[in-house]
Design a protein around this ligand. Structure first.
Ligand SMILES: Nc1ncnc2c1ncn2[C@@H]1O[C@H](COP(=O)(O)OP(=O)(O)OP(=O)(O)O)[C@@H](O)[C@H]1O
Ligand SMILES: [Mg+2]
Length: 266
């Protein structure tokens, strides 16, 4: 019986579902410069959450905290109720295995073929046979709509294809959370739209929670369930795309219009 239904005593007691990701009062500075100044956010399971912000706002730094690649000075990153910032190293690794990440720079191994790039995490972290590895590589490539390119060198691929190979590698180990750092950087608008469509499709076909950071608002509107603005080291707004579009905050309106932004606090 669900809470609030007749017969439950009139008590609507259902606890809110635990967020997949919770960030609590996260602080980080580099060489005395505060980049993150008390970040708070929650991402429920299955959501596509997008963080936008100007260049140098700290988006990549925030994303790297989520996966434990950077340790905060203060605050917590909680994944499925477990604190990534205070767990034992071995357990942290287990939590990190829940993530797949597509890095801003693509970060493919250019000395390897497409196949080898995607097989790499499978060979390293699973005991799959070579036949199973090959089957999984093909499955991942099919998900990002790449066929018959397994034997190509990654250096021979276009920017959009490289990005999709990066996605295929990120999903190889069937992560529960996918992180995308600027998936559209350096791509033309049409290729950008294709990449966003692939992201939306992956989200529909895989049982994942997604966090994407970008400074491309068009892309944010295409892929987000909710959009958060990172500014001056804090999340200054979180809203569904339609609501975000009409927020009165003058900074957000300038950001949406692509107008020059005032200088950030250094
Ligand atoms: N490892 C580091 N050591 C020192 N400073 C760093 C380090 N990583 C990031 N920073 C600084 O933190 C600030 C935020 O960097 P970050 O890469 O997160 O920005 P961003 O929002 O991702 O920008 P962009 O849109 O250009 O990718 C920058 O001033 C950067 O120089
Ligand atoms: Mg960045």
């Amino acid at each position: 019986m669900a809470a609030g239904e007749p017969g439950d005593g009139g008590m609507a007691t259902a606890a809110p579902a635990r967020p997949k990701i919770a960030v609590i009062d996260l602080w980080k500075s580099f060489a005395g410069r505060e980049v993150l100044r008390g970040i708070n956010l929650e991402v429920p399971a299955g959501e596509s959450f997008v963080i936008v912000g100007g260049s140098g706002a700290g988006k990549s730094v925030l994303l790297k905290h989520l996966i434990g690649l950077i340790a905060p000075e203060r605050g917590h990153v909680i994944i499925d109720g477990e604190d990534l910032t205070s767990c034992e190293p071995a357990h942290c690794l287990a939590i990190r295995r829940k993530f797949g990440m597509s890095f801003q720079e693509g970060a493919l191994f250019d000395s390897m073929t497409v196949f080898e790039n995607i097989a790499f995490p499978l060979r390293r972290h699973t005991r799959s046979s070579e036949a199973e590895v090959a089957a999984r590589v093909r499955e991942c490539l099919a998900l990002v709509h790449l066929d018959k390119i397994e034997n190509k060198a990654t250096s021979d691929l276009s920017g959009g294809m490289r990005r999709r190979v990066g996605f295929a590698r990120a999903i190889a180990l069937q992560p529960e959370i996918l992180l995308f750092d600027e998936p559209d950087t350096g791509l033309d608008p049409i290729t950008s739209a294709v990449i966003d469509a692939v992201i939306v499709e992956m989200r529909e076909q895989l049982d994942v929670t997604m966090v994407t950071i970008t400074h491309n608002m068009q892309s944010a509107f295409r892929i987000a369930d909710r959009i958060a603005m990172l500014r001056n080291g804090q999340i200054t707004a979180v809203a569904q795309p339609d609501v975000f579009r009409s927020l009165a905050d003058p900074y957000i309106q300038k950001f949406l219009a692509g107008e020059p932004l005032e200088e950030e606090v250094a």
